[in-house]
Design a binder for this molecule. Structure first.
Ligand SMILES: [Zn+2]
Length: 451
């Protein structure tokens, strides 16, 4: 609109000027170097205007010519950038697809084309790792630490390298630095917790756990279970140091955090018993039995009474089993106590009920004992033992990460170093077969030829 107004105003001015000149006719003569020009004022004005226009157009054209190199440079830069980003993308895809040669080629291309180290360093590091060049990858990751925008990525790369090579001290240091940078990243806190637990820094591990819980990184039940595990390890350390009072307090706290966590209950019951608080220990065990019946808990309960009175012991175990009647572990407890008291008929009846529900090596083994004790019949015992060998594996402290069986619960798996991975469950293979340590982890065992 404004342009239109301006145009109309200009046109009006030009017309007014033309009219003004036309109203005042006159001649102009120019003599120059033997040339003579006679013309009217109007023609001269038109000529001057035409010349000015030509001059302006010429200037514009010159400016356009002058700017050509700059425009070309900009266009070339754009093209380079585009190709650099393309190389970056193709390189990332190659990393994801596990193509080391292509990844390295594209990383080098991106590095040359894009003058942006933060973007290309990660790809270069990943390509180096894919090519098995860990030293080069470490150099890239370390260089990334110097820039604020890539520091976290560099830390992550170095941390994963340290974890793979088993350098726990370096890994712990890197994880702490990562937490300072980004404390609300879930993997940072969970990794830090695992490293602290593996190093036995129980108080730090507890604090990390509290922070993870505060930031809602861990579900409440999971966080409480892990706290119970850490407290139990502290209780064990205190017991080893001879601080039995502390050990008992810590075990009590562990038991409170997770009532279904058997190792904590067992430790608490045992420590209460050692302090002479048998009645309280029994109450804790009976209550816990209804939540999580377990042979270790039964053993701790049995150990609360003095030895030498098998019939009394059988009565006590009836009381424990009464907390969760009908459960397979309760029946196992009753059968074991009956067996120890020489009540063969009752033991056999309970055990046969157990194997009817779930045939386990443990139950078959006890049936063999009944056979030996009641009838002194080694052949019958052998039959039960053969069944025991063929039965599905009994539950044991099995690592959910590496699948190996640990002799007792601990927060760190003795085989693979996994944290809080041991669960009371049947291992994938019978413990009667060769131990997994003797052969490659992934080797199928069922197909192994028999010698
Ligand atoms: Zn393991």
């Amino acid at each position: 609109m404004r342009r239109l107004l301006l145009f109309v105003a200009l046109a009006a001015l030009v017309v007014a000027g033309a009219v003004w000149v036309a109203d005042r006719p006159g001649q102009i003569s120019i003599v120059w170097q033997g040339w003579r020009l006679d013309t009217s004022v109007a023609i001269l004005l038109i000529l001057t205007a035409a010349l000015a226009l030509l001059f302006a157009l010429g200037l514009r054209f010159l400016g356009w010519l002058v700017r050509i190199p700059r425009r070309w440079r900009r266009w070339a830069r754009e093209r380079r950038r585009r190709r650099g980003y393309q190389a970056l993308t193709v390189g990332m895809v190659a990393v994801a697809a596990g193509d080391p040669e292509e990844a390295r080629r594209q990383a080098r291309r991106a590095d040359v084309l894009l003058d942006e180290p933060p973007l290309t360093m990660l790809l270069s590091a990943q390509a180096a790792q894919l090519n098995g060049d860990e030293a080069a990858a470490r150099r890239y990751f370390t260089a990334m630490l110097d820039r604020r925008e890539t520091e976290f990525l560099g830390l992550r790369g170095l941390l994963m390298q340290a974890t793979r090579t088993g350098d726990s001290a370096a890994a712990l240091e890197l994880a702490r630095r990562a937490r300072r940078l980004r404390p609300d990243t879930p993997w940072v806190l969970t990794t830090l917790f695992e490293l602290e637990a593996r190093a036995g820094h129980w108080r730090e591990a507890e604090a990390t756990l509290a922070e993870a819980q505060r930031r809602s990184i861990l579900p409440v039940a999971e966080a409480r279970h892990r706290r119970a595990a850490v407290l139990l390890e502290q209780a064990r350390a205190a017991e080893v140091d001879g601080r039995s009072r502390d050990a008992s307090d810590l075990a009590a706290r562990a038991h409170d955090e997770d009532r279904a966590f058997v190792p904590a209950t067992v430790a608490y019951v045992r420590l209460l018993g050692a302090a002479g608080r048998t009645r309280k220990a029994e109450r804790v065990a009976e209550k816990a039995w209804s939540l999580a019946p377990h042979p270790d808990l039964a053993a701790a309960y049995a150990a609360l009474a003095p030895e030498g009175d098998p019939v009394g012991a059988a009565q006590r175990m009836e009381r424990l089993a009464g907390a969760l009647p009908g459960h397979i572990e309760s029946r196992m407890v009753q059968a074991t106590a009956a067996l120890r008291a020489g009540l063969w008929g009752e033991a056999r009846q309970k055990l046969e009920a157990v194997v009817a529900e779930r045939p386990t090596a443990r139950a078959y083994g006890l049936l063999a004992e009944v056979e030996e004790g009641e009838n002194a019949d080694p052949a019958a015992a052998q039959r039960w033992l053969r069944l025991a060998a063929e039965a599905p594996a009994s539950e044991a402290w099995t690592c959910t990460s590496c699948g190996s069986v640990a002799p007792a619960w601990s927060i760190v798996c003795p085989a693979c170093g996994g944290v809080d991975g041991l669960r009371w469950q049947a291992p994938a293979r019978s413990p009667l077969l060769p131990r997994p340590a003797e052969e490659p982890a992934a080797a199928p065992t069922a197909d192994a030829p028999n010698p």
